[in-house]
Design a protein around this ligand. Structure first.
Ligand code: UDP
Length: 325
C-alpha cells in the first residue's frame, strides 16, 4: 500500500516507517520537524515537510494516490499538557480533525492512530484491558480519548476504517541500529536515563520512592518501539483486508520499576548514572500494566523485544555514540 506517515521523522514514526518498508509498503513521511529530525529519514522514503495545522499541506500530500494514513504527529508530554492545554487542543485535536477531513475529501479510507494508555487514568484494576473505565488524569490523555470518539463517528458516517493503538510506555531503539535520531528534550524515563549515562545531563530525578510497588518506585509497562511498529503494520493490513475498525492496547504485560530500569542501564552501559529521589510527579499512578490479549486475538501481535535488557541495550547503542568525553 501507499502509506502517508504523519510524524514519520519522529521517534516512533521512524521505526514504523522501517517496518512498513520491510513489509513491502511504499512510505511518504510528512513531518514539520518540530520534534522529528532529518536523521530519521531513510532511503526509499518520500519526504514532505508539512504541518497538520495547514489543510493545504495535507490535501497536497494526500493527492498522490495515498491509500492509508498513520498518524503520529502529536505532542506527548503529559505534564506539559496540564500547563499548556491550548497547545495540545490545537495540535492534537484540531490537527487530527484536519487530517480526517483531508482523508475524507481525498477518499483515503484506512487510518492508524497513536492513542495512549493515558486514556485510562488511575487504574481501577490491573492488568488494564480495553474495557477499563476511561478517566484521563491529564489533558494529553483527554486529547487521545476525544480523538477516539471522533474516529468512531467518522467510521459510522464516512466509512473510515481505523485502528486506535493504545500504547503503554514506548522505549528502546531499532535492534539493527538503523534509527539514530535522538529525541529532543525528552521527559520520558529511558531517554532521560540514557542522557545521564551519556553525560548529556547530570542526574536522573526519581519521582518518588514511596509507592506501594516492588521497590517503592513507579512501575510501568515498557514496550519496545519495534514491537509497537510491527503492530502498526499488522493493524493496517487488518483494515485493508476489510475487517472492522479496532481499539487495542499495546503493552508487554510486564511491569518494570524506575529502579529496575536504572540498574539495567548502569549494568549495560558501565556508567555510574547518578540519581536522586525527589517528590512524586503529580498525576503519576503507582503502577500501570497492560492486558494485551485483544491485540493478540485480532492482530496476532505480542511483544517480542520488550525485556529490560533489550530495551536498555538498543537505546544505549544509540546514546553511547553521542557520549561527551
Ligand atoms: N520517571 C522518573 N524520572 C523521570 C521521568 C520519569 O522517575 O525523569 C518515572 C515516572 O514517575 C514513572 C516512570 O518513570 O513512574 C515512567 O514515566 P514516563 O514519563 O517515562 O512515562 P509515563 O508513564 O508518565 O507516561
Amino acid at each position: 500500500m501507499k502509506v502517508l506517515v504523519l510524524g514519520g521523522a519522529g521517534y516512533i514514526g521512524s521505526h514504523v516507517c522501517l517496518e512498513l518498508m520491510e513489509a513491502g509498503h511504499s512510505v511518504c513521511v510528512f513531518d514539520n520537524l518540530s520534534s522529528g529530525t532529518r536523521d530519521n529519514l531513510f532511503a526509499g522514503e518520500k519526504f514532505i515537510e508539512g504541518d497538520i495545522m495547514n489543510p493545504s499541506d495535507l490535501a497536497a500530500a494526500m493527492a498522490d494516490g495515498i491509500e492509508a494514513v498513520i498518524h503520529m504527529a502529536a505532542f506527548k508530554a503529559a505534564g506539559e499538557s496540564m500547563e499548556a492545554p491550548e497547545k495540545y487542543a490545537r495540535n492534537n485535536i484540531s490537527g487530527t480533525i484536519n487530517v480526517l477531513n483531508a482523508m475524507t475529501a481525498a477518499g483515503v479510507r484506512y487510518f492508524v492512530f497513536s492513542s495512549s494508555a493515558a486514556v485510562y487514568g488511575e487504574p481501577e484494576y490491573l492488568p488494564i484491558d480495553e474495557k477499563h473505565p476511561k478517566n484521563p488524569e491529564n489533558f494529553y490523555g483527554y486529547t487521545k480519548l476525544e480523538i477516539e470518539g471522533l474516529l468512531a463517528w467518522y467510521d459510522k458516517l464516512k466509512g473510515l476504517k481505523y485502528a486506535a493503538l493504545r500504547y503503554f510506555n514506548a522505549a528502546g531503539y531499532d535492534i539493527q541500529n538503523r534509527v539514530t535520531g535522538l529525541e529532543k528534550n525528552p521527559a520520558n524515563l529511558l531517554p532521560v536515563i540514557m542522557e545521564v549515562a551519556a553525560g548529556m545531563r547530570s542526574e536522573l530525578k526519581i519521582f518518588g520512592d514511596d509507592y506501594d510497588t516492588v521497590d517503592g518506585t513507579g512501575v510501568r509497562d515498557y514496550v519496545h518501539v519495534t514491537d509497537l511498529a510491527k503492530a502498526h503494520v499488522s493493524a493496517l493490513e487488518h483494515l485493508a483486508r476489510g475487517r472492522d475498525s479496532l481499539v487495542v492496547n499495546l503493552g508487554s504485560e510486564e511491569g518494570l520499576s524506575v529502579k529496575q530500569i536504572l540498574e539495567a542501564a548502569r549494568r549495560l552501559s558501565g556508567q555510574a548514572v547518578p540519581a536522586v529521589t525527589v517528590a512524586r510527579r503529580p498525576g503519576d499512578p503507582a503502577k500501570l500494566v497492560a492486558g494485551s490479549a485483544r491485540a493478540k486475538e485480532l492482530l496476532g501481535w505480542q511483544a517480542e523485544h520488550s525485556d529490560v535488557d533489550t530495551l536498555v541495550r538498543t537505546s544505549w547503542q544509540v546514546y553511547k555514540s553521542r557520549m561527551k568525553s
